[in-house]
Design a protein around this ligand. Structure first.
Ligand SMILES: [Zn+2]
Length: 492
């Protein structure tokens, strides 16, 4: 099942947890086993016969965030947008830029969430969309940080998708035809104090003097020899600390700055010129259908950001139903609204992703000072540009007086209500309505949701509070022209 979600409140704790993910040491760096594609073999036999240009190429990516059967374990939107920002920075010099095509898809499937290659292959077959790079973010992609299935899709571990990780760039390199810099050495056991053999299986071992560079290893002459087939640390110049010896007895160190090596993520920062030309030629020929949309929007422009409500330092009598609104930001289609009680924003209390420049919060506490700010981005540009910080104070008026034209005179009784007892919702409908009724926790979690047809006139609806823990809740009535919220206290 795929479902679309966009508006999700995030608790700060979850956010901090995702940011602190380091690369998971129990996962291998990469599980890609495609070998050299026929396309790459043809390309490397005469690269000058392939198209070459300098324009930025825009490539669609379809995102699948995979959770468990119960819908838990999703990679957060905050982490996704941060990782996507890193990805496009990694490809900026290549003049290849990715964009998020369509909605973000959510898949609830424990087998795919923690999968082996066979299950992952099935997942990619089930959901594959043509002419887009299908990227699946899971917990465990066959015990690797990621792998690419050529022309099929990419699986990525959420623990290897931090802001400073480059697994995504590496796997997209594979997807766009690039082998590892140490191609041929995958899985080969070698005593690095000894000279390398001239060949491993049928693959030639690349030599330091460069005279076999156009067919040995990855077939690129500007990626020097590299025999390191495990995750390795680099020195201050991004070279390996382990010395290797080529078949001629020449000593060298591997260049860890290349994304297609297995060096640690803090070492990697680039593709070589020949790698870039190959990826671009791969898009221009074999993956031409991916280039169906080259109309990127202009840059997101936050320079004249204007907040409308709450006004700066405004005192609001109520604390629920706080309406936030700002002027649309040029070229932005996604906003994140952060609300916090600490001006530093070290820990935002709430973060909402929105497609419109406004939001009504039912989550705030009475008599507190709050700070808020907005970040704006779009499906091409997810490195957040953030507004200045605004503030306001809430009062202690419990119930909002806000009502829509469609429902009036709303009351809940008794309120507080003893846990397990019935609550009567009273209101007057000015026409026949389809009401969606939602009970939310103060953190914004949906406790339950019901659809209620209400005829014009006075309405009384009885609710059970069975199984609802004691605490503060908000009952929301969604109508076609707005949301009305009432506080409900469930006692012990
Ligand atoms: Zn790889």
């Amino acid at each position: 099942m795929m479902k679309k979600t966009f508006l999700l409140p995030f608790l700060a704790g979850l956010f901090a947890l995702n940011l602190s993910f380091a690369q998971n040491p129990s996962l291998g760096p990469c599980g890609t086993t495609d070998g050299k594609s026929d396309w790459l073999i043809a390309y490397q036999s005469h690269p000058q016969g392939f198209p070459r240009d300098a324009d930025t190429l825009y490539v669609p990516i379809t995102i699948y965030i995979v959770g468990t059967d119960a819908g838990t374990g999703y990679f957060s939107l905050t982490s996704l947008y941060r990782a996507f920002c890193t990805l496009n920075k990694d490809y900026e010099y290549s003049a290849i830029q990715f964009y998020l095509e369509g909605d973000i898809n959510y898949i609830n499937n424990s087998t795919y969430y923690d999968h082996n290659f066979q299950q992952g292959g099935q997942m990619m077959q089930n959901y594959r969309v043509d002419a887009t790079v299908n990227c699946y973010i899971v917990s465990n992609p066959a015990d690797n940080c990621g792998y690419s299935s050529y022309n099929n899709g990419i699986a990525l571990a959420k623990s290897c998708m931090g802001q400073n990780d480059h697994t995504w760039a590496h796997e997209l390199g594979h997807y766009l035809s690039l082998p590892h810099t140490f191609y041929g050495w995958e899985g080969y056991d070698h005593d690095y104090s000894q000279p390398a053999p001239s060949q491993i299986d049928n693959d030639w071992v690349e030599r330091v003097d460069g005279n076999n560079c156009d067919f040995a290893a990855d077939g690129f002459c500007d990626t020097p020899p590299d025999y390191l087939n495990y995750r390795w640390p680099c020195d201050g110049n991004d070279f390996s600390t382990l010395k290797q010896i080529d078949p001629n007895g020449e000593e060298f160190y591997s260049d860890g700055s290349l994304f297609m090596s297995y060096s640690n993520d803090n070492c990697t920062s680039r593709f070589s010129e020949e790698q870039i030309q190959a990826m671009r030629a791969n898009l221009w020929t074999e993956k031409l259908e991916y280039l169906y949309n080259q109309d990127a929007p202009g840059p997101v422009d936050m320079t004249n950001f204007t907040a409308l409500t709450p006004a700066q330092e405004e005192f609001l009598p109520t604390f629920n139903n706080v309406h936030f609104e700002w002027e649309p930001v040029p070229n932005a289609t996604i906003y994140s609204l952060e609300i916090t009680t600490l001006q530093s924003f070290v820990v935002p209390i709430f973060r909402y992703y929105l497609s419109e420049p406004n939001f009504t919060s039912f989550d705030l506490d009475p008599t507190r000072k709050y700070y808020w700010r907005v970040s704006a981005f779009n499906n091409y540009e997810s490195c957040p540009l953030t507004s200045e910080i605004f503030s306001f104070e809430t009062g202690d008026v419990l119930n909002s007086t806000a009502e829509t034209d469609l429902i009036k005179g709303i009351s809940l009784s008794p309120n507080p209500v003893a846990a397990g007892s019935e609550v009567l919702l009273n209101f007057q409908a000015t026409e026949n309505l389809d009401l969606e009724c939602t009970l939310l926790s103060p953190a914004g979690a949906v406790i339950w949701q019901k659809n209620i047809p209400a005829a014009r006139g006075q309405q009384q609806i009885l609710f059970q509070t069975d199984g609802i823990p004691a605490g503060l809740y908000f009952l929301q009535l969604h109508t076609s022209n707005g949301i009305v919220s009432r506080k409900l206290v469930v006692g012990r």
